[in-house]
Design a protein around this ligand. Structure first.
Ligand SMILES: Cc1cc2nc3c(=O)[nH]c(=O)nc-3n(C[C@H](O)[C@H](O)[C@H](O)COP(=O)(O)O)c2cc1C
Length: 237
């Protein structure tokens, strides 16, 4: 296995708390940003800006922004869940329901949970991270002839993956936080960081060094499950 393959396989989502006192050095940060810089983007538009937040006071203010869980999220999240390790290993896609509070994974309670739950401060998502990368884009600049700007969004995904692999290679853990892109959260975070009105948050990444075990069951389909040779449906090599 070459180094790239090893880092691709070792990269994972790290959802445990990070050590707030173990900062990401500016040298490491530069390397992660440089990996983002060299990402492929549609038409080389480089349709992104990244707001680095590593000032403890700013992190604290962002941590106070509250986020609400939506019924849409709960219902669509449920579709991706398995309720035992065996089920997940069999399905080979999705995640374990045990990663979420029990009331989030009970369809009979989802409407009530979405209606009644107290909004959660982002500090519960940031979980001690000493550094956030907030990736923003300008929705007025779509990739040429790309319906829904799908090519623009793919480009933002390339930035994510490049930075994630670089962080992994430096021994730095990362978790993507989509909650930052949800409209009410996005609006407040943009205000805190003086992000211009016309830009949108695509996602945030929290970086850091984990305080506990990061191991969890990760599954993938086999190549034979998605690869077709010369004609869709032809599984022979
Ligand atoms: C566009 C995108 C959004 C994601 N949003 C979140 C998120 O909000 N929270 C989270 O914990 N993981 C998030 N993830 C991570 C995926 O859940 C994760 O990559 C997937 O379950 C596979 O697990 P692995 O990263 O450990 O290989 C996101 C990943 C992508 C590509």
């Amino acid at each position: 296995m070459n180094d790239v393959h090893r880092i691709i396989q070792e990269r994972q989502s790290t959802r445990v708390p990070f050590d707030p006192n173990r900062k990401i050095t500016r040298e490491d940060l530069q390397q992660i940003l440089d990996a983002g810089r060299w990402s492929p983007t549609a038409h080389n538009m480089q349709n992104f800006a990244i707001v680095v937040v590593d000032d403890a006071e700013v992190l604290e203010i962002i941590g106070k922004v509250k986020s609400r869980i939506s019924e849409e999220f709960l219902r669509e999240n449920y579709e991706q869940l398995s309720f035992s390790k065996e089920e997940l290993l069999e399905k080979k896609t999705g995640i374990l329901g045990a990663m979420f509070p029990p009331s989030w994974v009970d369809p009979s309670k989802m409407a009530e949970v979405a209606r009644e739950s107290a909004p959660m401060p982002l500090t519960q998502s940031i979980r001690g991270s000493p550094c956030l990368l907030i990736v923003v884009y300008d929705p007025r600049k779509r990739a040429p002839a790309s319906a829904g700007d799908v090519l623009g969004f793919m480009s933002l995904g390339c930035v994510m993956e490049n930075m994630w692999l670089m962080a992994q290679s430096l021994g730095i853990s990362l978790q993507v936080l989509s909650a930052f892109a949800a409209p009410p959260v996005e609006k407040q975070v943009k205000q805190v960081l003086s992000i211009p009105e016309e830009l949108r948050i695509a996602y945030a990444c929290r970086l850091g060094y984990p305080t506990g075990s990061t191991k969890y069951l990760r599954v993938r389909r086999d190549i034979a499950d998605f690869a077709h040779y010369n004609k869709f449906g032809n599984k022979g090599i």
